[in-house]
Write a protein that binds this ligand. Structure first.
Ligand SMILES: O=C(O)[C@H]1O[C@H](OP(=O)(O)OP(=O)(O)OC[C@H]2O[C@@H](n3ccc(=O)[nH]c3=O)[C@H](O)[C@@H]2O)[C@H](O)[C@@H](O)[C@@H]1O
Length: 177
């Protein structure tokens, strides 16, 4: 173990789904895809029935968690995420309504090996770091939508409009759709 042999202090953050301004706009993740699609009037691409769940944390909550972790003395892994869980269909409906978009929700084939549920257990971070996420989902989404809208405007002037990425690879294998 590096910790014992070299006296190096180690911190291990297990980072769960995170979003916010300055995220990559078209790497195919769900929040960026849905925001781009809603802003551009395209169908919001829900893979499968949309009943799979995720829990998304806002970037500033993650940064605060990382800072607390670095300043603490826990060398075992600590989950950093927001435990508020929603279905992907709920995310699609929420983003569509926050954008005020007329986009349709478009159901596509399920992604391969797509986890049906993901929600972090953050009891350890709460207890040992006194950390928990504080930014409400809608507030974080609104800030992210504003960022995407400004970027689209800027990029439109430069003739480059990013497209949401359609095919996502899961575990290194191509999806069928
Ligand atoms: O561990 C992994 O395999 C992956 O975990 C997360 O990926 P994931 O939780 O699936 O996050 P998203 O890609 O944002 O997808 C979340 C859910 O939305 C669905 N989705 C995604 C994009 C889209 O346009 N439509 C859609 O329904 C996906 O099928 C999935 O169920 C991370 O974001 C990836 O970087 C990591 O590789």
């Amino acid at each position: 173990m590096v910790v014992i042999e070299e006296g190096v202090e180690v911190r291990v953050a297990r980072i769960f789904n995170t979003f916010g301004p300055r995220m990559h706009m078209n790497d195919g993740r769900v929040v960026s895809n849905f925001i781009l699609q809603a802003l551009q009037g395209e169908g919001l691409t829900v893979y499968g029935s949309g009943s799979q769940t995720r829990a998304f944390q806002y970037v500033s909550d993650l940064v605060n968690g990382l800072v607390s972790l670095m300043n603490g003395n826990i060398s075992s892994p600590v989950n950093l995420g927001n435990p508020e869980e929603h279905t992907i269909l709920e995310f699609a409906q929420l983003i569509k309504s926050l954008v005020g978009s007329r986009s349709q929700i478009q159901f596509l084939p399920e992604a391969q090996d797509d986890p049906q549920r993901r929600r972090p257990d953050i009891r350890k971070a709460k207890m040992l770091l006194g950390w928990e996420p504080v930014v409400p989902l809608e507030e974080g989404l609104n800030k992210t939508i504003q960022y995407f809208a400004r970027e689209l405007e800027h990029q439109a002037n430069n003739q480059y409009i990013p497209k949401p990425k359609a095919a996502r690879m899961k575990k290194g294998r191509p999806r069928h759709n």
